[in-house]
Design a protein around this ligand. Sequence first.
Ligand code: UT7
Length: 332
Amino acid sequence: MTQSFYSARAAITAIGSYVPERVISNSDLEAMVDTNHEWIVQRTGIVERRAAAEHEFTSDLCFGAVRDMLTRYPVTIEDVDYIIVATTTPDTITPAVASRVQAEFNIASSGAVDLQAACAGFVAALQMASGLLASGICRKILVIGAETLTKVTDYTDRTTCILFGDGAGAVLVEADQSDSFLASYSHTEGKLGHNVYSSHLSNHIGGIPVDRKGKLVQNGREVYKWAVTRVTAGVEKLLEQQNLTTQDINWFIPHSANLRIIEAICERTGISMDQTLYSMVYYGNTSAATIPLALDLGIKTGKVQQDQLLLLYGFGGGLTQAALLLKWTLAS
Ligand code: UT7
């Protein structure tokens, strides 16, 4: 589904990010499973990833990202009227991580929900936020993508444990005179959902048996092929419907699952790797957090500038895709 926003009148007015201190390097993983640094870098682009401490959970990473945002931008959040946290690794099923954020920052009166769309979660949360702002229901929304994936990673499985890391990114989205949210694309293939899962209660997905309760399991090769073909098709559809070409996009910010997936999508769509921002090299695959982490790296390095056109593209578990075309309005 592609959707243009004709009256979103909303913009991102602040951003912050946080990663835990502990580093898991590729050589640390060599001591745990039969793998090696060269294989990991060549097949995934990942050099290291961060891991939350035993006492540190997704809500703590959210607090870190929000605090970072508040120290960098002159914004207030006590008057936020909605909080959306995109995560597949909430501290608890209930209360929502968003409720903990509301309590931590003494936000007086707001809605607070967690949104679970795996690696598409942050962009899906931004889509929801822009809808709430466009309808006039809300004026100021805190959107966070945060994960502690290392807590659900199976460190005996070399095909997954090399990939995942922990981190968080937060943005404030406010009703504004600018038109920042230009177009949106969503697409889900639920029948393929069994290819990436973390099962807590059920032992099947649509009749297909699943195992390793509480751990993240994936059929990497299938997800890889799906991502390359489907994201390529989605990028082309979104740009075509907006009468844009890849040349019009200043920064493509896809989910950082694997550098080779991004290179394959860029090759097929004609987007240059020089126009692409990603976060997996030092943070690994942080699911809902990869896109805000990459965006914030782009801001901190001076690459992302006011008035540029950004294409944020989340994809993964579901199997779900969520994309947004944004005009970046925040001054650097
Ligand atoms: O974010 C959610 C969505 N997830 C994704 O988008 C992930 C998509 N998939 C991937 O990123 C890749 O499929 C992986 C990184 C998971 C795997 O890379 P691959 O190039 O698809 O490898 P493969 O599964 O085809 O395995 C190639 C070989 C196999 O050995 P044989 O059968 O050729 O002898 C594997 O057993 O590499 C072996 N292998 C490893 N070797 C060293 C698998 N994992 C490892 C490892 N170290 N960690």
